[in-house]
Design a protein. Sequence first.
Length: 147
Amino acid sequence: MRHKRSQSKVFRTLHLLLILCLILLIYIPNFIPSITNKVDPGYNILKFISCPLILLVICQSKMIQDFISRKFFIFLGKISFSLYGIHYVTLKFLFSYSVNEIGPYEYPLILSAIMCVLITIYIAYIMSCFESRYINYVNRAAKLITN
């Protein structure tokens, strides 16, 4: 019993270290430009190295895998292409409009941000439904054209 308890403690410590490494790998490459006020070539190399390390940490941690395997993250994965396509437009127009025209005094900034995220997810969901429904037609047309 004592052996299992010590093994469990080591296992939890390993998971905490993996999570700490993940946080540092995400935070440090994004923090450097904010303190130096410039982007140097070393910054790009640091991002180039940190991205595969982030994936390695995620692959080694069952706890992180379980967390990102939840329904919400699977949903985000399904609409990720549409999110990628629409997020700039909604950020540019909705969020900047709500901040510049309406102003942060009438609505708190966090409320504008939350509304922008929700609207972006909704629009991306609609686009992904359209995309998944009609992508087969596009694939067939592409095959006809190329053959």
